[in-house]
Design a protein around this ligand. Structure first.
Ligand code: SF4
Length: 193
């Protein structure tokens, strides 16, 4: 759908320069999705892996973040091999809707209620990032915290449109449950993509 060099605004790599590769296509259909234009892959022209990797390399980035849409809809072996051959780190942002393909340096797993994740994904996650839209999402987050491996980082992130309501609940929850950290979408404060 698009690719661009920016700052990773969320989670463990927040604040780091990163080249984003947004793949089109998503069947998860979150009601609060902020990239609904990504849902229909046929709305976007196909782009060669070689051209994307060349642009990423030329940007000067060390990290490529593959996001969507839902990137696990696609076989990601060829893309990740090409990125790694170019000396770039491969980071994945996924709801885990499908089994993960490809070779990854970092997997951010962000499960969504709108399409339950594939059971193979949680154990592969380096980072669990749960978007909190409603107070029931804390129980949803804990369900997945039980499934990830012991080294997985745990983040709660307020849904952007609900941030004013949700953030106080999140602060109280993390103070009471310090295994979690708060992730804010700092790219939105900086007005960058
Ligand atoms: Fe949007 Fe991501 Fe949800 Fe798909 S998984 S609907 S791209 S927020």
């Amino acid at each position: 759908m698009e690719d661009f060099y920016t700052i990773q605004g969320e989670g463990f790599h927040q604040g780091r320069a990163a080249y984003f590769i947004r793949l089109a296509g998503c069947e998860v259909r979150c009601v609060w999705c902020d990239v609904k234009d990504s849902w229909n892959a046929n709305d976007h022209p196909k782009v060669s892996i070689e051209s994307i990797v060349a642009k990423a390399k030329a940007s000067g980035t060390e990290i490529c973040v593959v996001t969507g849409g839902e990137p696990t809809m696609h076989n990601l072996e060829a893309l990740t091999q090409a990125l790694k051959s170019a000396g770039l780190k491969t980071n994945l942002e996924t709801s885990g809707a499908y089994p993960i393909t490809g070779t990854w340096d970092w997997i951010c797993f962000s499960p969504k209620k709108f399409k339950h994740p594939h059971p193979s994904v949680a154990q592969q996650a380096n980072e669990l990032k749960v978007v909190v839209f409603h107070k029931t999402d804390f129980a949803w987050a804990e369900e997945f915290a039980q499934q990830v491996n012991a080294t997985c980082k745990l983040y709660l992130q307020p849904e952007w449109s609900k941030e004013e309501d949700v953030l106080p609940q999140l602060i109280a929850y993390v103070k009471a449950n310090p295994k979690w950290q708060i992730s804010l979408q700092v790219h939105k404060y900086m007005n960058i993509p």
